[in-house]
Ligand binder design. Structure first.
Ligand code: SF4
Ligand code: SF4
Length: 466
């Protein structure tokens, strides 16, 4: 459990370490507060979604599964095919716009609250706290020579990190390979080579990223952190220290009058630095490394409360608010992103709603035409039909074009869920009709569900002179 930090126990001499570089670790301390709780509940919900969804069943198969071998993506009652990739691309673009909107509104709030790198780092930090103790104990343990106690604590920490990493990898791979079979294979030591490779890869990636690299990913590897600062404006909510109110900073007795001591509200306890997962001092001003997690806001508010001062010496605020002006909520850039998002969401909804649940591809035979036994000109076609529903369907094939053309095709075509069939059909022309090229359209329609049909165009070719 994180605990409230009594002001009396704050030792200004235990200053936080500077932002780490590779090889140096940031040792954060635990704390409590409103933003921590928001993060706790929101990440708990996201983690539950990630870890549990993969186990849901839907009509006898995994509810959410990206079947790479079969080229299909199942999401509950819907099946998406490679032809629907445009919808997935649209969804990714919408997510990107959602991120841009959030960034203009509240800076790197995504990083601090929802980014998997941050979420898994918080989990690993929690394990570190459980196995090695509070910040000062961990600093002491780091500096201590190797002993049985140190070996045991380190072993416990790394074992738990590896277990979390392995469960994360199994869950992630389980979205691409049926997780129940994969888990059974794991228990029976019969996992295939490819699955084993990806399990090992994602276990290592999680262990290294959340256990060792941590803030280095945010600082040096994440492309989003490179460009997000150019999206900020003077009304973007960022975690900021109110220097006018806080300076001059300095230690004092709780009962003393800061004004008489020529001090501002910052008691220079450095707790805001000690809780910071990226190891920065927000009192130095806005910094690229700040992931807007609100940890310093929580801990400083706690200090302000204990000192009997007003809250929000550090807060989510805008440059305008810090300059004494009001934050502009309805500003063109934000409204532009919101309008684009709404339009794109509407487009995606329309795309999903109008998505055909049967696919039809027509390919004309390379032989332009032939004459049949009745002396009529005949063209041959191959119709590739995909049943995109999750139930068996019976289809009727029809052809629209010219009255002089007649279709010869199977009466009904039965396809089970997800089945693909190639059907050969011929179209013949009355011998009195004119030659040349006649456009035509083939249609396949479900005999049981009127809304399931698909059409595809082609043409009929006949010699000009017979
Ligand atoms: S800003 Fe707040 S938490 Fe940070 S040193 Fe000053 S009083 Fe302490
Ligand atoms: S400065 Fe504050 S909000 Fe920014 S990363 Fe550090 S603790 Fe989080």
């Amino acid at each position: 459990m994180s605990q409230r930090i009594p002001v009396q126990q704050i030792d200004p001499k235990v200053t936080a370490k500077a932002p780490s570089s590779f090889g140096k670790s940031i040792v954060t301390r635990s704390y409590q507060g409103m933003f921590r709780n928001i993060r706790l509940y929101s990440t708990a919900a996201l983690l539950a979604l990630f870890f549990l969804t993969v186990w849901f069943e839907w009509e006898g198969r995994q509810a959410v599964l990206w079947d790479l071998a079969g080229g299909k993506f199942y999401i509950f009652g819907a099946t998406f095919w490679p032809q629907d990739l445009i919808l997935l691309s649209a969804l990714l673009i919408i997510c990107a716009f959602g991120l841009f909107f959030l960034t203009v509104l509240a800076g790197r709030i995504w990083c601090g609250y929802s980014c998997p790198q941050s979420v898994w780092t918080w989990i690993f930090l929690r394990i570190e706290h459980l196995t090695e103790g509070e910040r000062h104990q961990r600093i002491k343990l780091d500096a201590a020579p190797w002993s049985w106690q140190k070996i045991l604590r380190r072993t416990a920490k790394h074992s738990l990190w590896l277990i979390v990493s392995a469960v994360t990898a199994l869950t992630f791979v389980g979205y691409f390979t049926p997780i129940r079979e994969l888990s059974l294979d794991l228990l029976n030591f019969s996992v295939g080579g490819l699955s084993l490779f990806w399990l090992a890869f994602f276990t290592s990636a999680t262990y290294i990223s959340a256990g060792w690299l941590r803030e280095q990913v945010c600082l040096h590897m994440c492309p989003y952190s490179r460009f997000q600062s150019v999206m900020f404006d003077d009304s973007t909510l960022l975690v900021s220290y109110d220097a006018q109110r806080g300076e001059n900073r300095g230690a004092r007795k709780k009962a003393s009058d800061p004004k008489a001591l020529n001090l501002g509200d910052c008691i220079d306890c450095t707790l805001c630095v000690q809780v910071c997962p990226t190891g920065i001092d927000i009192r130095d001003g806005l910094q690229l490394a700040c992931i807007s997690c609100g940890a310093c806001v929580d801990v400083c508010n706690d200090v302000m409360q204990q000192m009997g001062y007003a809250p929000n010496l550090i807060s989510y605020t805008s440059e305008r608010a810090l300059a004494g002006q009001s934050t502009q909520w309805l500003r063109p850039r934000l409204l532009g992103y919101a309008a684009t998002l709404i339009l794109m969401l509407g487009g995606l909804y329309w795309g999903l709603d109008s998505r055909s649940l049967v696919s039809l591809d027509v390919s004309k035979d390379r032989l332009m035409f032939r004459e049949n036994n009745a002396g009529q000109i005949e063209n041959m076609y191959l119709l590739k039909i995909i049943n995109k529903t999750q139930t068996s369907q019976e289809y009727q094939i029809s052809m629209q074009g010219s009255d002089s053309l007649s279709l010869s095709a199977p009466n009904k075509v039965h396809l089970s869920a997800g089945e693909i069939a190639t059907v050969a059909v011929t179209v013949s022309q009355l011998d009195t009709a004119a030659g040349g090229v006649t456009p035509l359209t083939f249609t396949v329609a479900s005999t049981s569900q009127a809304n399931i049909s698909s059409s595809s165009s082609s043409n009929f070719t006949a010699p000009l002179v017979r």
